[in-house]
Write a protein that binds this ligand. Structure first.
Ligand code: CTP
Ligand code: CA
Length: 228
């Protein structure tokens, strides 16, 4: 009943959000990944659905319940996440990238388990850079003609403001949310610094769902002037 009475500032809009880590296989039993609980992305999916949007959640390997009314696509690797995201954003109005995408993957995935060879020498692994999902979407036709509003996230260990501004410009996105404070993973609350072309605005420390609702409301307020 409460949800029924809530304002629906994203009614009629489609929102896509990436969440969680990616996992990049080295062989059938090993790989590299990032720390990420997925909680912020799942909270944004839920908040956007509450705000009336049709929501697609592209999720890396996390064990979290799917928010009610949200379409979830489970992926493992960055390349799978890119493919699912490109497909989901073809008719989307908002894209929010919260995923902690592995920046590199093993250049070759071995089809069988790599065994110790008895020499005491570890195998050397060559890495290759993964596609940048956010930058790819932000450089796409839909974002460039301002039909798609792209939002990035950044967790920096130092000099958040400088890095956040640079990252926003480099990715070509209108809005970037920086995680303020020490790098902590899996916590239920968070604090964000919103960075846009005009400056910054702080969303004070709060539970992730509350922050997600504030961010979704902020995005909804920005949409009319962005698409105009
Ligand atoms: N991102 C992405 N695809 C990648 C890397 C990052 O979509 N391959 C997105 C993240 O979901 C986040 C934003 O880009 O919204 C910033 O991610 P971050 O890791 O902070 O930026 P990078 O460009 O990877 O730079 P670096 O890790 O070197 O700071
Ligand atoms: Ca990165």
């Amino acid at each position: 009943i409460v949800a029924f009475l809530q304002p629906k500032p994203l009614a009629g809009k489609r929102l896509v959000v990436t969440a969680g880590p990616t996992f990049e296989a080295l062989d059938p039993i090993r790989g590299i990944t990032n720390h990420s609980s997925g909680k912020m992305g799942f909270a944004i999916a839920r908040a956007a659905r509450e705000a009336g949007a049709a929501v697609t959640l592209v999720a890396g390997p996390v064990r979290l319940p799917t928010p009610r009314g949200v379409q979830r696509i489970d992926v493992t690797s960055a390349r799978q996440m890119l493919a699912a995201t490109l497909a989901a954003t073809v008719d989307a109005d908002v894209f929010v990238a919260t995923a902690a995408v592995a920046d590199w993957r093993p250049a070759e995935e071995c089809g069988h388990k790599i065994k110790k060879d008895g020499s005491g020498q570890p195998p050397s692994v060559a890495f290759t850079e993964n596609p940048d999902i956010l930058a790819t979407v932000a450089q796409g036709e839909r974002a460039r003609r301002r039909a798609l509003f792209c939002v990035g996230f950044a967790a920096e260990s130092h000099d958040l403001l400088v890095h956040a501004q640079a990252k926003r410009a480099r990715k070509g996105i209108p809005l970037l949310a920086g995680n303020i404070g020490p790098l902590t993973f899996g916590q239920d609350d968070n604090q964000l610094l919103l960075v846009d072309e005009h400056g910054t605005q702080e969303l004070p420390r709060a539970p992730k769902l509350e922050l997600a609702r504030s961010l979704v409301a902020d995005i909804a307020r920005r949409l009319p002037s962005w698409t105009a």
